[in-house]
Design a binder for this molecule. Structure first.
Ligand SMILES: NC(=O)c1ccc[n+]([C@@H]2O[C@H](COP(=O)([O-])OP(=O)(O)OC[C@H]3O[C@@H](n4cnc5c(N)ncnc54)[C@H](O)[C@@H]3O)[C@@H](O)[C@H]2O)c1
Ligand SMILES: O=C(O)CCC(=O)CC(=O)O
Length: 358
């Protein structure tokens, strides 16, 4: 089968203690005035990074928020201009890295991303932004970070609950890459390897969060899964999560974790080859069941109702998610999507994957 593979141009430094390379990496980009980005919760970590940068550090903006609200980006842009910053250094999860991307889109600044979760945004040319209660995403190489520093040590303190859900958020990228319309064998290799690395490490981390081998495996898996998301298209699962996050303000990683087994069950009959790759990587006999069991094993929430979705929201969520759907291997049918959301809202095991659909 002929295929097209697009390699993504980024420099990756991976290991333990790699944060010590930051100043050299900023210099390597030809930059002298870095603005450090963080969330309010990671402001202290952001200040430490600013201190570590010494004369290369221009200032700190610690107001990053989930789903990249445009009003926060506008505030950050005013600070970028006031400081005369010539690059961004984002330390944190997908929210902080998203802010770096949004700044880069507007000001064309090079980015260093230092991920502390498994969300994978650092490896993608994708930016999602929220305005007036609606989340829209775009793909452009202009937002891909030039340099990514993966320092396993920074993930040792990622709380166990978030480690599990963030890791399953990463797995979701690889899952959808395996049945993407533009899938290819190179990305599929990374997808299966990424899922396997996370599936073996996340249950270990749930009981032993400072296990350095498991943390290294999980970050490596997250990197691969991020490349998958950045390289090929997303489908139903990501559309549902963007709808639930952007329009109902549900937390990102938890939403991914709850929806994924149901989206996979919905697509199972239409993507049998992908399902066997996913099941094999999970060491399970069924992909959707295996993902549900992994969520149970890491102690993740299982019901959208427990993270803020009301039953009364399901009709509107169905309308938004089906109005402008992403390509998906199975046709998007409003009744099926509503049932999927009802099951996910209630925290039921995913429906049987043996249906035969288009
Ligand atoms: N564009 C992309 O390719 C892409 C990919 C994945 C996610 N995202 C976006 O990223 C956002 C979600 O990212 P996320 O799930 O990483 O969550 P997040 O970045 O919002 O982080 C959640 C919370 O955990 C804190 N945190 C992060 N790392 C920590 C650590 N090691 N120790 C303690 N606390 C830590 C953060 O400061 C924050 O308060 C969403 O807006 C999502 O849409 C984008
Ligand atoms: O919010 C974004 O920047 C897009 C998020 C995305 O595409 C991956 C995800 O939903 O985890």
């Amino acid at each position: 089968m002929p295929f097209v593979y697009n390699g993504l141009p980024s420099r990756v430094i991976f290991g333990s203690g790699t944060l010590s390379r930051l100043a050299d990496e900023v210099r390597e980009l030809g930059c002298r005035r870095a603005i450090v980005l963080a969330t309010p919760q990671q402001a202290t970590q952001g200040r430490k990074v600013l201190e570590q940068l010494g004369e290369l550090g221009a200032g700190l903006f610690a107001e990053a928020r989930m789903h990249t609200p445009v009003e926060i980006t506008d505030r950050a842009m005013r600070q970028v201009e006031a400081l005369g910053a010539d690059c961004t250094v984002a330390i944190g999860g997908g929210s902080t890295i998203g802010l770096g991307k949004a700044i880069s889109l507007r000001a064309d600044l090079p980015q260093v991303a230092i991920p502390t979760t498994y969300a994978g945004s650092e490896m993608t040319p994708i930016l999602g932004e929220t305005q007036d209660g609606l989340k829209t995403t775009q793909r452009t190489l202009r937002v891909l970070p030039e340099t990514v520093i993966y320092d396993v040590d920074l993930t040792l303190g990622l709380p166990t609950a978030m480690s599990g859900t963030s890791g399953i958020n990463a797995i979701a990228h690889a899952v959808e890459a395996l049945y993407a319309r533009d899938r290819n064998p190179i990305v599929s290799l990374m997808a299966e390897e990424g899922i396997a690395a996370l599936a073996r490490s996340l249950p270990v981390i749930a009981h032993d969060p400072e296990n350095a081998t498991a943390r290294s495996d999980a970050l490596y898996g997250a990197w691969l899964c991020g490349v998958c998301l950045g390289s090929v298209g997303m489908a139903l699962h990501h559309k549902l999560c963007h709808t639930l996050g952007g329009s109902f303000d549900l937390p990102h990683a938890e939403t991914h974790t709850i929806v994924l087994p149901h989206a996979v069950a919905y697509n199972a009959a239409a993507a049998p080859e992908a399902m066997s790759h996913i099941a094999r990587a999970l060491g399970a006999s069924d992909a959707a069941d295996g993902l549900f069991d992994l969520a149970c094993a890491v102690g993740a929430p299982l019901a959208l109702a427990d993270i803020g979705l009301k039953e009364a929201d399901i009709v509107r969520a169905t309308e938004i998610a089906t109005a402008n759907p992403y390509w998906n291997p199975r046709e998007i049918e409003a009744d099926g999507i509503r049932r999927l959301l009802e099951n996910a809202c209630a925290g039921r095991r995913p429906e049987s994957t043996t249906r035969t659909d288009s």
